[in-house]
Structures are given as C-alpha cells and as structure tokens.
Design a binder for this molecule. Structure first.
Ligand code: SAM
Length: 329
C-alpha cells in the first residue's frame, strides 16, 4: 500500500476535516515533469481526450457569453481546484478573460500553476510589444491556497466583491462529496460571487458507470494495467461519503467520492443554479462530433484514438436570473 492509501484508511470519512489533507499531500507529491514527460506517459491519449472535453466545456460557455454581448477581455473567471494550471490555455484561448482566480488546496501544485502562468504571460506580452501593443492584453491572475470544501473563498479574494462570469471545477468536484457540509461549502465558493446569468461548468467522474462496473465485476475492485478502483463503502450507497480508492497510472492515487447526481442537482437549486446539461462523455462526444470545430480540435489534439471515451461527465449550470436575495441551505 502506498503512503496515501495508509493515511486514507486511517482516516474516517467523517473525521473532522475529512480526507482533504490526504488528497492535498498526494497532489503535492506529484512531480512536475514537463511537457515531454507528459507526452511519453501511458495515459497521454486519455489526458488529451479529457483536455478536449474540458475545452468544449469552456468554449461553449464563452461562446454563449459572447453571444449575450460580452466582449474580448471582458470576463472574470474562477478556476476551483485548478491543480498545476492544466486549463491556463483554455482560459487564454478565447481572449475573453480579463482576470482569473486560481484556487487549489495543494500549495505545490498552485505554485506550479503560478509559474506556468507567469511564463505564458511573459511570452504573450513580449509578442504583443513586438506588434506595437496591438491585440488584447493577457488576463491578470491571482492564486489562492484553499480547501474549497472547508473554507470560504470570498474573504481571500483581492476584491471580495468581484463577480465571476465563469466558475470552472474540472475533474475535482467529486472530492467535495465526502460530506454534506463539504459539498455545501464547495457550492458556496462556486456561487457566492457568480454573476447572474454566469456559468458554473465542470467535469467529474461518472458515478452511475462506476456503480455499474462494481456490480458487473461482483466485487469491490476493478481496473486494468492503467487504472484501478477499489470501493471502500458498502451498498446501498450513502448520498455523501461513498468512498473509493482511485489509481491512475502516472497521475492519481488517492481516495475519491461518488457524486450522487440527484442530490447534487437538488442542492444546486438551493444555490440558485439551474442545470443546463449533464452529459456522460459518450453523449458529450456524440453531440460535439457533428461540429466541425470540435472535430478539428479533437483531431488536432491527437485525442481521436481515445474512443469510446472514458467514464467522465461534463456539466454546466447557470446562475438563475433571480432578482430576490440568495437563499442558502
Ligand atoms: N482542475 C485541474 C485539471 O483539470 O487539470 C486539476 C484536476 S486534479 C484531478 C484535482 C485537483 O483538485 C488537485 O489539484 C487537488 O489538489 C484539487 N483538490 C482536491 N480537493 C480539494 C479541495 N478540498 N480544495 C481545493 N482543491 C482540491
């Protein structure tokens, strides 16, 4: 058993603070090996596919905001559980962003994210200078270490009143489903400063698919040489705290939690979020495969080989345009 696993099994899912410190130390220990090593990894195609799904999730939200009258360099974004900044280019690509707040519990990952941002910023602004200052400026950014499932983000923002057009939580929301209080804090952080009509977008693990696989294999574990899942909870599943241990070669080895979607949807309405879509990756793929831009990107990213897609889900919620004050649960 790895260190992470031992620490995880010693923690009770209901212990104060939960498993977040275990998750944080796992991510902090992952070495940043650079682009070349990532290209050599066994899971490179999987990564590319996931990146494509995330790009579509981002592009569509930005396109809708553009159609609603937003201009270049006009939007403010929040990247919850940003990791090492895997989505920096996705924020940048549209040229729509003015400012983005990056947040993660793992301080080493966040420091990597900041370094990557500064490098891209420097190159971008140098090119802009060479063009005589033409084109939109690169977005500004701030970086905050935070357990999004335990602490409040608002008071840590440079401007606590800033409002977000897009809040993104990619491949991370499942960590909050350890308990009701943690899911509630995550949604508070996602929505507290979300503009009316703004979007909360994300990708997460497909819980239905996981449960189905467990039943098919008639045991608590399944996987192959690339990934492994071991359930650490009994059936019937709890709404919160349905824990499993997930290993993905070259990437992940830590406890995670199934997101019980009807519960999330119900909780989200209390935060005045309306579900716009929740698509398993196969469906998401089908919907986008007909579009030339999406097909082109999938091809260009070299992710076309990863079909059928892995068991993720793409989500988009919209801040309902209510006039009355927010209600909290
Ligand atoms: N969003 C990034 C991406 O798509 O490339 C990173 C995804 S990585 C699978 C999950 C991230 O969630 C890690 O960086 C981890 O540190 C972060 N995370 C997990 N639990 C967290 C929590 N309670 N608060 C903040 N970040 C958390």
């Amino acid at each position: 058993r790895s260190l992470g696993e031992n620490a995880a099994s010693q923690h009770s899912a209901t212990a104060e603070g939960g498993l977040a410190p275990v998750v944080a130390s796992h991510y902090n220990a992952i070495e940043e090996k650079g682009l070349e090593a990532r290209e050599d990894s066994t899971i490179v195609i999987l990564r590319k596919y996931n990146n494509w799904a995330k790009s579509m999730n981002f592009n569509d939200a930005m396109e809708n905001l553009r159609e609603a009258g937003k201009r270049y360099n006009d939007l403010v974004g929040l990247d919850l559980c940003c990791g090492k900044g895997g989505d920096l280019r996705k924020w940048e690509k549209s040229r729509m962003m003015r400012h983005v707040v990056f947040v993660d519990i793992a301080e080493v990952s966040l420091a990597n994210c900041k370094e990557r941002y500064e490098e891209i910023y420097r190159k971008y602004e140098e090119q802009r200078r060479r063009r005589g200052g033409r084109g939109s400026a690169f977005f500004t950014a701030e970086f905050i270490v935070l357990d999004c499932t335990k602490d409040s983000l608002k008071s840590k923002l440079l401007n606590p009143e800033m409002e977000f057009d897009i809040v993104s939580c990619q491949f991370s929301f499942h960590y909050s489903f350890e308990s009701y209080l943690q899911a509630k804090q995550m949604l508070t952080n996602a929505t507290e400063n979300l503009k009316k009509g703004g979007y909360f977008i994300g990708t997460t693990v497909n819980a239905d698919r996981m449960v189905k696989r467990r039943r098919q294999c008639k045991g608590d574990e399944f996987g192959n040489e690339v990934y492994h899942v071991r359930f650490e909870c009994n059936e019937p599943y709890q709404t919160y705290g349905a824990r499993y241990f997930f290993k993905l070669q070259d990437a992940i080895s830590c406890p995670e939690f199934l997101v019980h979607f009807p519960t999330l949807e119900q909780l989200a309405t209390k935060f005045e979020l309306k579900l716009l879509y929740k698509h398993p990756f196969e469906k998401f793929h089908e919907l986008h495969a007909a579009r030339q831009d999406a097909r082109g990107l999938l091809n260009g990213m070299g992710a076309l080989e990863c079909y059928p897609p892995t068991s993720g889900e793409a989500l988009r919620f919209e801040e309902k345009q209510y006039d009355h004050a927010r209600k909290y649960v």
